[in-house]
Design a protein around this ligand. Structure first.
Ligand SMILES: [Zn+2]
Length: 450
């Protein structure tokens, strides 16, 4: 058994953190979570042994990054030539995609995932569409790129859901994939399913999910094939949705309806589905998402970086959509920043404060993200859940004097000191135990950009 004594811990369904919590785990699962009462004295029946690791600061459940494209990490800070717009960003993204192979993908993803571990992210959902070799030729193992991601997450010490994306066309009008996009394509949804069926990672830290890249990339008549595959296997299904108004316009022009309506009509929405972004839904779209209990993954720092806009987060939550968070393009890897942006962006849009309680933001960053990625047993400091612990210091220049309940409005990823994933310590004293993160990021990025 392993024991930790948290100065503060955020327990499930609590509006604010609880002081002096003894946390115990065996075989990667939490076996006891015990608040010590009376100014630190053990509660009746609880004996605090000297072997408990003290965790000064606030200990949270594991954070889940529900939307990642690992290789986009290479683009950080490089897409602002002149002024930089969405298209200059996409051009560079394609040029990196064109250069990756399973080895360089492994190195870059391993460094990106290790940066996530340092930021307190214990589980990542990789929305994966870079499947094939140059020109679209499959590798000998057609899932070699997925396998590289699995290995990368293992090295970084975090859990992974490979959301294998069907990416078949270049536009809503069915235009063929061209240039680097050809590496994304499987031809049609049946061949996509055939390839994914052949990928069954047995590793404990990995689960599989499906993704529809967007209504631009999967023809309407093939949406149900991907959704049905996910449903048959009981796996999560993710889809980029209405990230930009242009997608809505193109969908209306071709299909006469919004992307959300199109997904609803083809059986894509539901409680196992997560819509990523949902930045420009209509009121009817919000109702469709909420009534079907479709989750919404917000990626505020990417939406900010790409000038996408601000999604109606509060309205979607109230309509019934559970929220999760993603760092997406990795312009920033910091779920504290993503979480507070959900509230702060609403303030900018409405010129009013107070849309989300702190506990709601914590839930989106933890249990909401894990649920969206198919890990229903993670994201809470509760007996039986996975032993994921993320400790944030309360004595940094950013957090000193901040009440623990206010941490999500003050801390950054740099304030994470200790990270435990499935009972194993991955980060201690702010250092990754096995990966030299800055060096590996620098080298792996140089390798694909030089
Ligand atoms: Zn994305």
């Amino acid at each position: 058994m392993t024991r930790w004594l948290a100065e503060y811990a955020w327990l499930p369904d609590h509006a604010e953190p609880t002081p002096d919590v003894l946390i115990e785990a065996t075989d990667g699962r939490l076996t006891a979570v015990t608040p010590l009462t009376g100014g630190g004295a053990p509660a009746a029946g609880v004996e605090v042994l000297g072997d408990a690791t003290r965790l000064p600061g606030l200990t949270l459940p594991g954070l889940a990054d529900a939307h990642s494209h690992a290789f986009h990490r290479a683009l950080r800070g490089r897409t602002h030539d002149g002024r930089g717009d969405f298209w200059s960003w996409r051009d560079l993204m394609y040029s990196v995609a064109a250069r990756l192979d399973p080895d360089s993908y492994l190195a870059l993803a391993r460094a990106a995932y290790a940066e996530m571990a340092l930021a307190g992210i214990t589980c990542v959902g990789e929305f994966h569409y870079l499947h094939h070799g140059p020109g679209g030729t499959p590798y000998d193992d057609p899932n070699a790129m997925s396998a590289a991601l699995v290995e990368a997450a293992a090295h970084a010490g975090i859990r992974l859901t490979v959301l294998d994306a069907a990416y078949l066309t270049a536009g809503v009008d069915g235009a063929e994939l061209v240039g680097p996009q050809r590496r994304f394509g499987d031809g049609d949804a049946l061949r996509w399913a055939e390839r994914v069926d052949a990928f069954r990672p047995a590793d404990e830290h990995v689960r599989l999910g499906a993704a529809i890249h967007s209504v631009r990339a999967v023809p309407a008549e093939q949406l149900a094939t991907v959704a049905g595959w996910a449903d048959r296997h009981g796996l999560p299904l993710h889809v980029h949705l209405s990230e930009q108004p242009a997608e809505n316009d193109a969908c209306r022009a071709v299909h006469g309806c919004t992307p959300t309506r199109l997904l609803a009509d083809h059986g894509v929405l539901g409680r196992h589905t997560t819509a990523v972004h949902a930045t420009h839904p209509t009121a009817a779209d919000v109702a469709l998402l909420g009534d079907s209990r479709t989750g919404v993954c917000l990626c505020p720092t990417t939406e900010r970086d790409l000038a996408d806009g601000i999604g109606p987060a509060r309205r979607m939550a109230e309509a019934g959509s559970p929220l999760s968070l993603g760092s997406d393009s990795h312009a920033v890897v910091d779920l504290f920043e993503e979480a507070r942006a959900v509230e702060l962006d609403e303030r900018l849009r409405t010129r009013k404060r107070g849309h989300f309680a702190a506990a709601e933001l914590v839930a989106a960053a933890t249990v909401g993200g894990h649920a969206a990625l198919g890990w229903g047993d993670a994201g809470r400091l509760a007996v039986g859940d996975r032993a994921d612990l993320v400790t944030v210091r309360l004595d940094s220049a950013r957090t000193a004097g901040v009440p623990p309940v206010g941490v999500f409005f003050a801390a950054t990823a740099a304030d994470v000191t200790h990270v435990v994933v499935d009972g194993r310590t991955v980060v201690a004293d702010g250092r990754h135990l096995t990966v030299d993160v800055p060096t590996e990021l620098r080298d792996s990025i140089a390798a694909v950009l030089s």
